[in-house]
Ligand binder design. Structure first.
Ligand SMILES: [Zn+2]
Ligand SMILES: [Zn+2]
Length: 102
């Protein structure tokens, strides 16, 4: 005797908060919406229950991809205050050129 539990919790877009929010991380399209998501419990591919997820996500209108934007994206380049040169990456505490703290 086999039992299969076919189901799961899925997150889907519930309400659009803002259109043309950011770029899609999958297809690069700028046709994205910032949406409020809700959680959907599915049993045998049928939604049986849904409730607000209290979460936001970005949905692509071109490829329907749903993803969470990074909460904070540090700038890819930092500029040293002392020598005014660009430092590659946010990991430096001290400037690799002049040794000043960044
Ligand atoms: Zn896309
Ligand atoms: Zn420097």
């Amino acid at each position: 005797m086999f039992f299969f539990f076919v189901g799961g919790l899925e997150e889907r877009a519930a309400r659009t908060i803002k259109t043309d929010f950011t770029r899609c991380i999958r297809c690069g399209s700028s046709s994205t919406d910032l949406v409020e998501t809700e959680k959907v419990l599915k049993l045998f591919f049928i939604p049986v229950w849904n409730w607000p997820g209290n979460n936001t996500a970005v949905r692509c209108r071109d490829c329907s991809f749903l993803f969470h934007p990074p909460p904070f994206s540090p700038p890819p380049f930092l500029r040293c205050n002392s020598c005014n040169r660009m430092v590659d990456g946010p990991d430096y505490i001290f400037c690799p050129f002049c040794g000043s703290p960044i």
